[in-house]
Design a protein around this ligand. Sequence first.
Ligand code: EPU
Length: 344
Amino acid sequence: MEIQENISLAPFNSFGIDVKARFYTKIHTVEELTEVCRAKKKWPLFILGGGSNMLLTKDIDAHVIHLRNKGISVVQDTDSYSIVEVAGGENWHELVLWSIENNLSGIENLALIPGSVGAAPIQNIGAYGVELKDSFVSCKVFDLSSNQEKVFSKEACEFAYRSSIFKTSAKGQYMIWSIQLKLFKPPHTLKTQYGDLSKTIEALYPNTPNFGLSELAHAVIHIRSLKLPDPKKLGNSGSFFKNPILDKKSFEAFILAWPEAPFYELGGDQYKVPAGWLIEKTGLKGRREGAVGVHSKQALVLVNYGGGSGQEVISLAKKVMDKVFKKFHITLEPEVNIIPEQQL
Ligand code: EPU
């Protein structure tokens, strides 16, 4: 185990922001983690997973722990499902591919989401009508102040739309070491109804009797590749903002003024409005400001063309929020973790 000093984090965050970590260590085993926790004195620990849902705005004056533990194993097997335990340092998309190869369903709609398995519960990753919580059983974590191992059940994780206890009341307290998922054996129930997805499936697979897991994942990969920039080519953190949720009264006023707006009815008198649509209507889609910009194919994504700083992204995000508020009286909330935390 090597503790490095003053390391650039640019290769380790998908926005490609060049800030430095005071100390940086890759962790592969529990023994290494225990060693680092024991050695920690002056420097707080900062846990880095896939780095795909964060915006770094300044140097990290902490000991950055980069979780690289590996392993996928079936811990319980029945005729209808398997419980699979996956190390937090595994790549999420590779896990999705593994599940398809093993003919297990539940996470195929979450194909091509960048980032690590350990980061997936933090924001309850979701796409095309499926969220992590739908297949989540539990996770094993380390309490960073007591060095104790703990298991969080699905209920204890307090999952919500792009949120969990790890992003709210327990933020920064735990390292997610591994997760357990319940994945299903055939016959599979496939979720193909999400707007864009059903259209893509019709176009790519007309009259396909053997339509299954891998075709569904392929359709998801197809849509994502068209709309969402590949972080290896263009720095970004996926959706920068959450889709705002309106109550009945605000929604009725909104839809009266903008009858053509897309929306999703959530039940309980709540309505989700796509932030990408709102941003596009302000005219900011495709806008470039210096090294950063609003993505030209999906306005919900902010991008770093190269050499952009976290503060430049923040300024652009504020401009987007301001314009959306002025036009629609709707407040956008960032979906990415801004580090260090700041209110926009
Ligand atoms: N739209 C526009 N202009 C845009 C972008 C979107 O008019 O620039 C419209 C679309 O035409 C569509 C609606 O907004 O009618 C929704 O767009 P889309 O299906 O692309 O999804 P989204 O609501 O913008 C959410 C997630 C994505 C996820 C997709 C698919 C959030 C914050 N984002 O985006 O998640 O992939 O649905 O399920 O919920 C992420 O979290 O990083 C992410 C990419």
